[in-house]
Ligand binder design. Structure first.
Ligand code: NAP
Length: 312
């Protein structure tokens, strides 16, 4: 049987790691559980330029969050690999259960973040990893010298399109409107970039190919016309999808209050269940950034400490 921790944190993205730092530094026995790679969405980005102090040459989301974990561990936080399948959040002892092990604590911070939203068109699943990608940092280099496409018009789409210009011969952003959602600085950079082109008012209708993605079918939002894009050399096309996020909250459904899938909290990160807090992208909030995730984590850990003091 595992020990009963003061604080358990589910997710090791910037929110969970900041919570781990603040919890452990406050003297709470702190367990961080993560099923995959630390860093969450932040490791999908190659360049972090808007987290204060992250100005080191070659700073990536990975390097930044690697230091965040080291800092939390330096104060005594314990990080374990675990895929949690069910949660028991009511009661004084909270339980997070994997397939063969249960973890227990008196408080929990949910920091499971969000995952890339899928386009939902035919062929998307079949060609994932064979032309379709959700991570330019991971897969961009496979498209050296090729033509690639990016679906989406937000910060992620434009930032990653800029990153892809390092490898690709040409990068075309496919957006469903005629205006980008991304912040102006990113827009300006993309509009000025000689390798970046745009297809406006269009959505991806279907993806086709033999072994790999070879044809992207687009539908015009203006007149419904369908057009096809095929690789000039008949080879593989790259399609990087950045059309927003879906919160990773499925296992919390029915356990606490959600709004359109996101966890509702007050400004102190308290959820509808006493002793359960939420931090980061899975929360109902207006700005999803590394800095706001880290801030949520700090607040949630301090609230957990306060909760434990009053519960004693
Ligand atoms: P987002 O801001 O929600 O933008 C999603 C984009 O995809 C929008 O342009 C949207 O079009 C489009 N879209 C949504 N569903 C679509 C569909 N089914 N088909 C085609 N297009 C679709 O998502 P994001 O860019 O992933 O960013 C998520 C959050 O992370 C945001 O809060 C963002 O600011 C933040 N972020 C920040 C940075 C940074 O600060 N450097 C970098 C990356 C992400 P419409 O515009 O028409 O709605």
């Amino acid at each position: 049987m595992e020990q009963i921790y003061d604080l358990m944190i589910l997710g090791a993205g910037p929110a969970g790691l900041a919570a781990g730092l603040y919890g452990a530094r406050a003297g709470l026995s702190t367990l961080i559980l993560e099923k995959g790679t630390d860093g969450g969405q932040a490791v999908l980005t190659d360049r972090v330029e808007n987290y204060p102090g992250a100005m080191l040459e070659d700073e990536t989301g990975y390097s930044l969050t690697e230091r965040m974990l080291a800092q939390a561990e330096a104060f005594g936080a314990v990080r374990k690999n675990a895929e949690i399948q069910s949660v028991q959040l009511d009661g004084d002892i909270k339980i997070l259960a994997g397939s063969s092990v249960e973890y227990q604590a008196r408080t929990v911070i949910l920091a499971t973040g969000a995952s890339p939203r899928r386009l939902g068109c035919p062929g998307e699943e079949a060609f994932t990893g064979r032309g379709v990608s959700y991570c330019a940092t991971c897969d961009g280099a496979f498209f050296r010298g090729r033509e690639v496409f990016v679906a989406g018009g937000g910060d992620s789409a434009v930032e990653e399109a800029l990153f892809l210009t390092r490898f690709a011969r040409k990068v075309t952003i496919i957006h469903r409107r005629d205006q980008l959602r991304a912040v102006k600085t990113l827009q300006d950079r993309a509009f000025a970039h000689e390798k970046i082109d745009f297809i406006w008012d269009s959505t991806v209708e279907a993806l086709e190919g033999q072994e790999a993605l070879q044809t992207i079918r687009l539908r015009s939002k203006k007149n419904g016309e369908i057009r096809s894009i095929t690789a000039e050399d008949g080879g593989m096309l790259g399609l990087f999808v950045f059309v927003g996020l879906t919160p990773n909250t499925q296992i919390f459904e029915g356990k606490l209050e959600l709004e359109k899938g996101y966890v509702k909290t007050d400004e102190n990160m308290r959820t509808s269940v006493p002793g359960v807090f939420a931090a980061g992208d899975l929360r109902v909030k207006s700005l999803r950034q590394i800095i706001t995730a880290a801030a949520d984590g700090a607040i949630a850990a301090m609230e957990a400490q306060r909760y434990l003091e009053t519960a004693e």
